[in-house]
Write a protein that binds this ligand. Structure first.
Ligand code: ADP
Length: 422
């Protein structure tokens, strides 16, 4: 499931970058295209303004766009602002434009600009008119409505849009494929690493079992208390190492998804009773109460009873290890929404809040020295949570009210007809 998440994230990232690139390219294309169109307009309008000026001043008869289409319009003004000539479309196109008129008179050269007419934006070229002797005799303003020009830009956008959406679709398919392809070597490396850990742990177990057996035989023949103590230490350490190897093996199998986990409806109460029985002796030896809150009837969960027993074992082991003598550990189980929840609560010191989010990390120990002394590997809770999750449940840690730690194991409720109401 994690691998799929990586694949989805990579694909989203890839599509995101591609979409941004497309957007940038689209904006640049549309902007460039509109600027090119405006330059083209200005050239066309300047030519038309020149022809109209010739028609007016020299009486020549050039054909004008303004006589063919109401998109175009012109007006010629004398330097004092009187109208020298015009066609009928000037007003909707925003002609004459007084600012442009003044600027043209002052500069004595062509001034192009976009103005707002009655019918929307129009491009205007304002050009000084000179007679044969080179005297300024007026200003010619020639305009074209920008609606048609904008329409062309909109058409370009309409062409680019489906292309862009199609490109994104292809990018998503390509991205998903490439993400799968890119993570293959990583997955293979992980698989090799897991296989190595599993094999190494397995291989180390055999000599360790032999060392333990031989040490026990040796121990029986020793009379010197110092020698006995030494061999006892060896036995304790080999047991600890054996536990670490078992945990490593389990972790590697869980990671590889190779740990068989059953999915069946099962009664939770016998599983709890069995787990508490296993720890009864240890609790009694330390004068600790190990109590079960009366569970409701028909507490049927869905998952693997043996794995659930394993999770409860880790929680009870920890709870008893952290609870001071003459106090107690309680196990309570009940329905909670569509889950069955088992809470293991102790009356120990609890877990410092800053450590709470990290206790499920591998090899994480709050108090390293104490944990090591009590034989802890720092893997217990991480395995327990993985086992809960492998059953589609979860395991969460909190500090109980009034002190102590509380671990909540949540499993799905039974799916079958045995499902009871809470
Ligand atoms: P370990 O095998 O060392 O106990 P775990 O993964 O089971 O490792 O637990 C991680 C750490 O969480 C432990 O080192 C311990 O400090 C802390 N912890 C676990 N259970 C409890 C508890 N009931 N009360 C206080 N601290 C706890």
């Amino acid at each position: 499931m994690d691998e799929n998440r990586v694949r989805v994230r990579l694909t989203i990232g890839y599509v995101g970058v591609f979409a941004l690139t497309l957007l940038l390219l689209g904006v640049v294309a549309v902007f460039g295209f509109s600027s090119a169109l405006v330059i083209q307009q200005d050239e066309l309008l300047s030519q038309e303004a020149r022809n109209t000026t010739k028609n007016l001043l020299e009486g020549s008869e050039s054909e004008l766009l303004a006589t063919e289409s109401d998109e175009f319009g012109w007006i010629a003004l004398e330097p004092n602002g009187d109208v020298m000539g015009r066609n009928w479309t000037t007003r909707p196109l925003g002609l004459p434009d007084e600012d442009l008129f003044e600027e043209t008179l002052q500069e004595g050269e062509i001034v192009p600009d976009t103005v707002r007419g009655k019918d929307g934006a129009a491009r205007v070229v304002s050009m000084p008119m000179y007679d044969d002797s080179g005297d300024l005799v007026g200003v010619m303003q020639y305009a074209r409505s920008l609606q048609r020009v904008r329409g062309t830009v909109n058409e370009l956008i309409l062409v680019l849009l489906p292309l862009g959406i199609g490109g994104l679709g292809l990018a998503a398919i390509g991205g998903a494929y490439m993400a799968g392809w890119a993570r293959r070597p990583v997955r293979e490396a992980f698989d090799r690493q897991r296989a190595f850990i599993a094999d190494a742990s397995h291989e180390l177990k055999t000599p360790l079992t032999l060392i333990r057996a031989d040490t026990e035989v040796l121990r029986r023949g020793l009379d010197d208390p110092d020698d006995q103590e030494l061999t006892d230490d060896v036995l304790v350490e080999t047991d600890r190492m054996s536990n670490i190897l078992s945990d490593l093996l389990l972790t590697a199998r869980l990671d590889a998804g190779k740990l068989p986990v059953d999915e069946q409806d099962f009664d939770l109460v016998p599983v709890i009773l069995d787990a508490t029985d296993r720890f009864g002796k240890r609790a009694a030896s330390r004068d600790l109460r190990l109590e079960i809150d009366e569970p409701p009837d028909g507490l049927v969960a869905r998952g693997d009873p043996a794995r659930t027993g394993q999770v409860l074992g880790v929680l009870l082991d920890n709870a008893l290890a952290h609870t001071p003598p003459e106090s107690g550990v309680t196990v309570a189980a009940r329905f909670r929404d569509n889950l069955v929840e088992t809470v293991v609560r102790d009356t120990g010191p609890g877990i410092p809040p800053e450590h709470l989010p990290r206790v499920f990390e591998r090899f994480y120990r709050v108090d390293k020295a104490r944990s090591r002394a009590s034989g802890g590997t720092g893997l217990g809770l991480s395995i327990a949570r993985d086992l809960a999750r492998a059953q589609r449940g979860d395991l969460v840690a909190e500090n109980a009210e009034g002190g102590g730690a509380a671990f909540r194991l949540r499993l799905p409720r039974a799916a079958g007809p045995r499902r009871a109401k809470g």
